[in-house]
Design a protein around this ligand. Sequence first.
Ligand SMILES: [Zn+2]
Length: 158
Amino acid sequence: MTWNQLTREERRQRLMKYGKYDHVLAMDDKYPKAEMFGPACASADWGPGWTKLVEPCLEVLVRHGCSVAQIKQKFCRLTVYWNGPAWTADARRVWSESGEEGPDPMDLFKEVDMVIRLMSHRSLFTCEKCGEQPSRENVGTDKSGTRLCDRCLVEERK
Ligand SMILES: [Zn+2]
């Protein structure tokens, strides 16, 4: 069975078996409407140190009725892809087909985008393992591109 074929509960079960995703499961418990294990989410994967950056993203997404399409580390930084609520697609259609104007989805996109961009930027200076936020000089990356502070880098090499 591939990940895409699994139900929400099966996806959760699989992560529980790995044992190192308690922080991801805890966020799913707190923000079930973000649909991190729903059919439209490709994957939700980050180190425990970045949970404090992921949480504001989930909060703003849920508040606006959006859901997660993917959360991952890409080019050494936190990357969050998301889906807007159905009404945003409808608003565009109504505007283009009928010339009428409904509520403007741009306000939603601006706020969600701002929070996600800020957290993604902070991830460059935040250890993905322990959450330390040292200066840029003291954050390195391991072979897989994971952002780690000096202490965690040393641990990793032991
Ligand atoms: Zn660390």
